[in-house]
Write a protein that binds this ligand. Structure first.
Ligand code: SF4
Ligand code: SF4
Length: 195
């Protein structure tokens, strides 16, 4: 047998071995892949939900759209000063001479009349710093995350405006009432707003 014939036979037996090796590898990897697929089809709980028909319950301390119970706001501006992105705009004026000094739910005197409390939620990074410094705890994060708008400007919420008050009554009030453990500050939502 010539050297060429020996090399040819070796090559042929090597090809057969590789053929069966590849065949084995092809079958096992397909079975492995299909096993994972079937596991996710039948055995593993789905990770997605059919939003908006289904909504996940957020963690109790989730930080979503900010809510200011303005009747308990003393216009101290501490929240605006703490805000790292300067997205809280507050304006207030002195109460007229001889006005009755009302108190917040936690007994702080309201010496200024709040005339503007706007938060630009397009800038807000939901860090929560403003809520932690608020002395009356009237500023809190609600659980409302469905407030997308068509324009950036529409993301500015004036908490004295009727539409925001309507939002507060519709979303915040109902979610606070549903949760027995309301988020920090929720207890200060005044009865006047809740009626
Ligand atoms: S959550 Fe943070 S970024 Fe948003 S308004 Fe409050 S302090 Fe500013
Ligand atoms: S810190 Fe609280 S009380 Fe002071 S201005 Fe902000 S929301 Fe109002």
């Amino acid at each position: 047998m010539s050297t060429h014939e020996v090399i040819g036979q070796q090559h042929q037996s090597g090809s057969f071995a590789n053929y069966f090796k590849d065949l084995y590898s092809g079958i096992t990897t397909t079975v492995k892949g299909m096993w994972i697929t079937f596991k996710y089809v039948w055995a593993v709980k789905p990770v997605s939900i059919e939003y908006p028909e289904v909504r996940e319950v957020l963690p109790e301390r989730a930080r979503m759209r900010l809510f200011n119970d303005v009747q308990n706001c003393i216009s101290c501006t501490q929240c605006a000063m703490a805000c790292p992105v300067d997205c809280i705009y507050i304006a207030s004026e002195k109460l007229p001479e001889g006005s009755e000094i009302k108190k917040t739910s936690n007994g702080q005197a309201i010496r200024l009349k709040l005339t503007q409390f706007t938060i630009d939620t397009a800038l807000c990074c939901y860090c929560g710093l403003c809520t932690t410094v608020c002395p009356t705890e009237c500023l809190t994060h609600s659980h409302d995350y469905e407030f997308s708008q068509y324009t950036i400007d529409a993301m500015k919420y004036d908490y004295l405006a009727p539409d925001v008050i309507a939002w507060r009554d519709r979303i915040v009030k109902s979610s606070f009432l549903k949760n027995e453990k309301a988020p920090k500050g929720a207890f200060f939502v005044s009865d006047a707003f809740m009626s």
